[in-house]
Design a protein around this ligand. Sequence first.
Ligand code: FMN
Length: 426
Amino acid sequence: MYIGQQLHFGLFIYPGGHHIAAWRHPDAASEQVTELDYFRRCALACERGKFDSLFVGDALAARESRGRVVGEVAINNLDPVSVCAAVASVTEHLGVVATLSTSFHEPFLIAAKFATLDHLSGGRAGWNVVTTSQDQAAANFGREPHMEKSLRYERAQEFVDVVRALWDAGERPIAHRGRFFQVEGSLGLPRPPQGRPVLVQAGGSPPGRAFAASIGEAIFTAPTTLPEAQAFRADIHALMAACGRRPETVKILPGFSPILGSTMAEAQRKEVELDELVHPRVGTWMMSEYLKFPLYDLSPDAPVPAADVRAANPDLSPAAGAFLDRCVREALTIAHGGRILARSRTHQSFVGTPETLADHMQTWLTQGGCDGFNLLPAWFPAELDLFVDEAVPILQRRGIYRHDYAGPTLRSHLGLAVPEPVLAAA
Ligand SMILES: Cc1cc2nc3c(=O)[nH]c(=O)nc-3n(C[C@H](O)[C@H](O)[C@H](O)COP(=O)(O)O)c2cc1C
């Protein structure tokens, strides 16, 4: 743990909100989720709260699964780079992090897009490097079956090497000949203001964590308990050391989905209100997808059949395995487990007052569970405003959160140095 450590916040924007029923909530601006003004309102709230960044996920397949519960799930994200460019143009300080997949793009195009975003935003761009776990995405590119996971991460590693070489080389050509890519030429652009846009990663599997530790400067993760978060952070730091990287060159940001009230009773009432908006079929669908096991023919009141799920899926992801353990520990029914997933889409959810939220965050920070949080408000924009206006001032008074931005770039918000160009890479 570092002395004087401070929290970092990023906003994970999601159409309507992170609660699966957010779009049905009367206060969620669901009908505006494709409008610039919606993003502007959220981005300005982030700047008011001195957040590091606003982050937009990608979506390479529709949010439905083989025809199930279409329409009960939020619509897809708009194109992330376009949203980030639009947000950068209506803000002054906020970092903008867009997701693009190394499995379905080419390094030259991604290097050019993020160099452009970094120039236009004055050094506020970040790239969330994903390999796309959604099998259905492959169908939209004529690339079925989707590449096997470890191969996806091998491709991603070479992909990032090429992108970094292009950024570092600026207007000079590179000559890359590798297993997946051949690139001979230059972006023909000056080096981006941040040297390299910030690299964000969220791998959870063993190859995903190794990749995150080798390239990630901010890492998203989804632990739901402090011991899980501590173990993840310690693991990433150990993997980084093995790559010759120091732990302070990364910020680890667990997802955090708050529902706040001025009293505990008010916060709980809001949570129940949202729970009641979740259709039971949606909960069952979320459980089936997450556990990769069809639960559709079982009663929603039946216990989660953990042994059957494990037998059918020996290589369940660590996060899904931890959730399954929780189902057993707390003797959850399918309906109850589904409501938990529905609340936060598998991330940590928190129901309480701004004071208890500050206590909770302070504990996670000081006990080595995180460097900050990737904030997932249950619905937009009201829950985001509540966090910024009611919780942030408490964290500032406690000295664990900044009162203002220290510099103009995303790297300066994250306390990351501008990397020296590695021209040998060319
Ligand atoms: C906060 C967060 C946001 C994510 N956003 C995306 C995304 O936009 N696109 C995507 O393909 N994957 C996204 N992922 C998934 C991760 O990239 C990764 O695939 C997942 O955590 C599982 O890890 P694994 O690939 O190592 O199995 C996200 C994960 C987290 C925790």
